[in-house]
Design a protein around this ligand. Structure first.
Ligand code: IFM
Length: 447
């Protein structure tokens, strides 16, 4: 049995657009994901988050499911367009009321609410003014943080500003696969900086709004980048990708520097972007959340411009519907962060696997693959703790099957199965397995 520290936080995570639905109810404004997903061809099978897992109406049932699993904490995102439909100024009381009720119900069930303010659903009116490429969006975000913290900060003590800002910047502005669907390196670099800047501004706004102790965090998608071979060219390609995927977010947050100012590739783009004092503002962190799913293996190639690298998928390894399965990467990622000597706390805020689960004849969902994946990854978290890296918690992604962005509803990540026709929830075998891990505060690796 691998035992975890006595106060280890076992949780589940989710995000607003992926589960809430009710996209145009109770005064919610439009987000860039509403716009993007309604454009034919942007999401697999032209699916969208209009209804999703209908959590906006079924939140009580969902909290009860969490309670049955015995989770200690729930990390969820608030939808900016539900709270400020135009992104600025006018507050929608019904939007705040929804999260108010959710927080109360979580606390009533003994589940600690962890709020994340931004999980990619930028209000469309702000996108119309340039979105994250516009520096003003960072100030608007701080205002949204203030409004939300003033209402919920008496009960919510852990606030994440952003979830995976790298994905919002690069997948949304360079690869064009996520909203707002741009393909422009300059826009991606600008968005990246403004997202990080907005973290710092929001941190100050939350601290001013909440009385008493409060923890400000951010969650980052991180992954080790390995060279495909030991050749100098491949090693250099891996280093460049590491800079653009990991260091680009870790350096500003943990060191107060940025590699993009020094990089020959992006020096020109950042010349007037990073203003005096920005880097000090960004470096405000009490808690760093690590989202780990897989590693990246790169070889030198001219096919990906800027970084001159191409991703390869090593043969002989196990894969999921989206990524290579590489549990050791969890330990390596936590070590990579620890080598920065962070003064903030660390936790795993996302880890999980998409499995094409089906309901068996007896109504059970036997998702053995997910159980194996979780066992192997949680064991690596334990290994990191044994090595002296003080990981405070582990949040499974996700509680429910949900809308997996450009891949629609086909990739199921939940511990709880959702029937997309009836919205019926069924706790999967993995859910019961995870509940046992929580109950024992430990991992029986023989199971
Ligand atoms: O579903 C996403 C989530 O929104 C952000 N982190 C990765 C998950 C799986 O792709």
């Amino acid at each position: 049995m691998l035992s975890f520290p006595k106060d280890f936080i076992w949780g589940v995570a989710a995000s607003a657009y992926q589960i809430e639905g009710a996209w145009n109810e109770d005064g919610r404004g439009t987000s860039i994901w509403d716009t993007f997903s309604h454009i034919p061809g942007k999401v697999l099978n032209n699916e969208n988050g209009d209804v999703a897992a209908d959590h906006y109406h079924r939140w009580k049932e969902d909290v009860a499911l969490m309670s049955e699993l015995g989770v200690k904490a729930y990390r969820f995102s608030t939808a900016w367009p539900r709270i400020l439909p135009e992104g600025v100024e006018r507050v929608n009381p019904k939007g705040l009321d929804f999260y108010d009720r959710l927080v109360d119900e979580l606390l009533r069930r003994g589940i600690e609410p962890y709020i994340c303010l931004f999980h990619w659903d930028l209000p469309q009116p702000l996108q119309d003014q340039g979105g994250w490429t516009n520096r003003e969006t960072a100030s608007h975000f701080a205002e949204y943080a203030r409004v939300t913290a003033e209402r919920l900060g008496d009960r919510v003590k852990t606030w994440f500003t952003h979830n995976e800002p790298w994905v919002a910047a690069f997948v949304g502005h360079l690869f064009g696969e996520h909203a707002p669907g741009q393909k422009d390196l300059g826009a991606a670099i600008k968005a990246m900086h403004h997202l990080l800047l907005s973290h710092g501004l929001a941190a100050e706004a939350i601290r001013a709004a909440v009385k008493g102790p409060v923890q400000i965090g951010i969650t980052l998608n991180l992954n080790p980048v390995h060279p495909a071979t030991n050749s100098k060219k491949d090693r250099e390609a891996a280093e460049r990708v590491d800079l653009f995927m990991n260091r680009i977010v870790l350096d500003p947050l943990l060191k107060g520097t940025t590699p993009i100012q020094d990089s020959a590739l992006t020096k020109i783009l950042t010349a007037r972007l990073i203003q005096d004092g920005d880097l000090q503002k960004i470096r405000q962190l009490d808690l760093l959340g690590v989202n780990y799913y897989s590693r990246t293996v790169m070889k030198h190639s001219n096919s990906l411009p800027v970084v001159n690298a191409e991703q390869v998928h090593p043969v002989g390894n196990e894969y999921s519907g989206m990524w290579e399965i590489y549990p050791e990467g969890m330990h390596e990622t936590l070590k990579m962060v620890w080598e920065y000597h962070p003064t903030c706390e660390l936790m795993v805020t996302e880890n999980g696997i998409p499995v094409p689960d089906g309901v068996d004849f007896d109504g059970r969902v036997r998702d053995e693959r997910r159980i194996r994946y979780l066992r192997d990854h949680i064991a690596q978290v334990h290994r990191a703790i044994e090595d002296g890296i003080p990981v405070k918690g582990y949040f499974h992604w996700s509680l429910l099957d949900n809308f997996e962005w450009a891949l629609g509803y086909g990739q199921r990540f939940g511990l709880v199965h959702v029937d997309w026709k009836t919205q019926k929830r069924i706790t999967k075998d993995s859910g019961r397995w995870f509940a046992k891990v929580i109950q024992e505060n430990g991992l029986d690796i023989s199971r």
